[in-house]
Write a protein that binds this ligand. Structure first.
Ligand SMILES: O=C(CO)[C@H](O)[C@H](O)COP(=O)(O)O
Length: 226
């Protein structure tokens, strides 16, 4: 599995050109990309700037020698490279297992080209088939938002910490609800509906924004494009 992740990360380097501003995603697959990008920047003395989508991406970029910038400092993001938890045949995604979905969506959405890196286990027939949709919420409103989500025939659970007692707290200081749907028929519509609930900061459905999905398979890298 890790080999497949490394393979797609290497393939994604082909999209990088000198002078680019690159959105840096979160997760184990993008971590490979960030390390490889750092190596490329050093070896070829490229002028690349990285915009991280999380503290994880930021720390790793710094450690890998990629100059880090913020949204305030750039006019445009050329490409963004990020992972995903589910990819449907129309390139709609579920993201946010790493709880970084809000910054990921801001940066991935703004990028000229949004490239997604996954292994083949992430491909699904429809969104919601395997994974819940992570939803970042204002902490004091989590319970009422969970009730609102259940109107859509989903069950919503407050995500608890592993090396922390109580709920996890995102990079933005919020909670995460994991909403398990039977099947998401219309990803774009559900993405909008969930964001319409007062107190929802952002949700992990990324409908219609991925341009390229690189899939690591046992036979090599497969490319899906919109
Ligand atoms: O959305 C994410 C973090 O919020 C990740 O990109 C997604 O969970 C995939 O992670 P991995 O590459 O480790 O499987």
């Amino acid at each position: 599995m890790d080999e497949m992740k490394k393979l797609v990360a290497k393939e994604a380097l082909k999209f990088v050109e000198d002078g680019m501003v690159v959105g840096l995603g979160t997760g184990s697959t993008t971590a490979h990309f960030i390390r490889l990008l750092g190596k490329l920047v050093m070896e070829e003395e490229l002028e690349i700037y990285g915009i991280p989508t999380s503290y994880q991406a930021k720390f790793l970029a710094i450690e890998s020698g990629i100059p880090v910038v913020s949204l305030d400092e750039v006019d445009a993001i050329d490409i963004a490279v990020d992972g995903a938890d589910e990819v449907d045949p129309n390139l709609n995604l579920i993201k946010g297992r790493g709880a970084a979905l809000t910054m990921e969506k801001i940066i991935d959405y703004r990028a000229g080209t949004f490239i997604v890196l996954v292994d083949e286990s992430k491909l699904v027939d429809y969104l919601g088939q395997k994974m819940p949709v992570p939803i970042e919420v204002i902490p004091s409103a989590w319970r009422v938002i969970a009730e609102e989500i259940e109107v859509f025939n989903a069950t919503a659970e407050l995500r608890m910490g592993i090396k922390k007692d109580g709920p996890i707290v995102t990079d933005n200081g919020n909670f995460i609800l994991d909403a398990k749907f039977e099947r998401i028929e219309d990803p774009l519509d559900m993405e909008i509906e969930l964001n319409n609930i007062p107190g929802v900061v952002e949700n992990g459905i990324f409908a219609d924004i991925a341009d390229v999905v690189l899939v690591g398979t046992k036979e090599g890298v497969k490319k899906m494009e919109r």
